[in-house]
Design a protein around this ligand. Structure first.
Ligand code: H2B
Length: 102
């Protein structure tokens, strides 16, 4: 059983992960990415998918052409946990300095 982050921990996490926001409806970390085109977006999704599989922690996401929307939440915890924080850091490292959706 994984514990959700406390609200203080969540606030601290969001100040560290400045590309992510909290989506209260989905109780999830949320980030949007805009790549140059569909191929680059899907290639990044593939790299993220490989890491997600290794970590046994999977994104909820959608893709429209060059854009990817990603939500991270921990079902067992019913909210954001340290597992989502870890996955968000991995995604940031793979995505590099992609700007938010333009
Ligand atoms: N991914 C995410 N994002 N949250 C989870 O709670 C989760 C997961 N649980 N991937 C994992 C798989 C669980 O279902 C398996 C059985 O370990």
């Amino acid at each position: 059983m994984v514990s959700p982050l406390t609200s203080a921990e969540q606030t601290e996490l969001l100040s560290e992960l400045h590309r992510w926001t909290y989506d209260p409806e989905r109780r999830a970390l949320f980030r949007e990415l805009a790549l140059r085109n569909f191929s680059e977006a899907f290639a990044l999704m593939t790299r993220i998918a490989m890491e997600a599989e290794k970590a046994d922690h999977h994104p909820e996401w959608s893709n429209v052409y060059n854009r990817i929307s990603i939500w991270l939440t921990t079902h067992d915890a019913g909210d954001v946990s340290e597992r989502d924080a870890r996955m968000a850091r991995i995604i940031d490292a793979l995505a590099g300095d992609q700007p938010a959706t333009v």
